[in-house]
Design a binder for this molecule. Structure first.
Ligand code: CP
Length: 303
């Protein structure tokens, strides 16, 4: 597979293979690339986790990073994204990780030889986040079949929600949605019912909270932080009604005391920090997959 653009383009077996490879990396599989491989990370929207965990993954794989700053690139002189990527390909870059505000920005780039990894396209998809979420869920439960996953919050603006609802449904999980019903889009309606905040939290095995993406709303949401937290957030009181083995997830960045009580972010039931850690291993697996590397594996399993 040359590119990773959407979850729908991955078969179930490819998803499982990526999760297995990420698990091997987490358990200290190492690789040595037979020749230098080059990556460029092109972020046209803000990012902490995706950008820096791809950087970490590249370094752990022994790749070399070509720096790129959109504000100092020739895109500011009118060059198209396609021509920028054509340039990266021409100078010998193997992989480009791209986050862009435009949905499906990657369509014209498909025909290029350089591998494109989608680090998030507007409200479209976020496949590497989806894969690390799947990895974290599988680590906890060993399966997706029969699990109930409540995706709660700003669904229509969330590329994470869009990737996750589709992938989880294909893998046999039951998806439901919480948050303001007016933020549920037509796509979500195909994948599961909208439930009250209380029902989501009391019945789900995985409670997946989302940030309110104020920057993508045309006008103020009308919710104060306190009102949103009380009506749609995971409060400390509601957390007491969770199923005993249920887990809390959030792609982050988290707005503490809005979608989730601040003290629950690092609580025992939370996998939010583990998601960030797992992001490095899943991104190593993605990079290894698109490079089709023929590395010599050195197994150094500690247990
Ligand atoms: N989850 C996520 O995509 O975080 P960043 O925006 O910090 O990359």
């Amino acid at each position: 597979m040359k590119h990773l653009l959407t979850m729908e383009e991955l078969g179930i077996e490819e998803i499982e293979a990526l999760l297995d490879r990420a698990a091997a990396f987490k358990h200290q599989e190492t690789v040595s690339l037979p020749e230098p491989k080059y990556a460029v990370n092109m972020f046209f929207e803000a990012s902490t986790r995706t950008h820096h965990s791809f950087e970490m993954a590249e370094q752990k794989l022994g790749m070399r990073e070509i720096s790129f700053d959109p504000g100092h690139s020739s895109i500011t002189k009118g060059e198209t994204l396609y021509d920028t990527l054509l340039t990266m390909q021409a100078i010998g870059v193997d992989v480009a990780v791209i986050r862009h505000f435009e949905e499906k920005y990657y369509e014209p780039l498909r025909k290029l030889d350089i591998s494109i990894i989608n680090g998030g396209d507007g409200c479209g998809e976020h496949p590497s986040q989806c894969l690390l979420d799947l990895f974290t869920i599988r680590e906890q439960f060993g399966t997706f079949k029969g699990l109930k996953v409540a995706i709660m919050g700003d669904i229509s603006h969330s590329r994470v929600a869009h990737s996750n609802m589709k992938a989880l449904h294909r893998l046999g999980a039951e998806v439901c949605f919480g948050g303001p019903i007016e933020w549920l889009d037509e796509t979500a309606k195909e994948y599961g019912p909208h439930l009250s905040t209380e029902e989501c939290i009391q019945t789900a095995d995985v409670i997946m909270l989302l940030r309110v993406q104020h920057e993508r709303h045309d006008s103020p949401t009308g919710f104060s932080k306190e009102t949103y937290h009380r009506k749609y957030g995971l409060t400390t009181d509601l957390a007491k009604t969770m199923k005993p083995n249920a887990i809390i997830m959030h792609p982050s960045p988290v707005n503490r005391d809005t979608e989730i009580a601040g003290e629950l972010v690092e609580a025992k039931q939370s996998r939010i920090v583990e998601q960030m850690t797992n992001g490095v291993f899943i991104r190593m697996a993605i990079l290894a997959m698109v490079l089709k590397e023929k590395e010599t594996r050195v197994k150094a399993c500690t247990f």
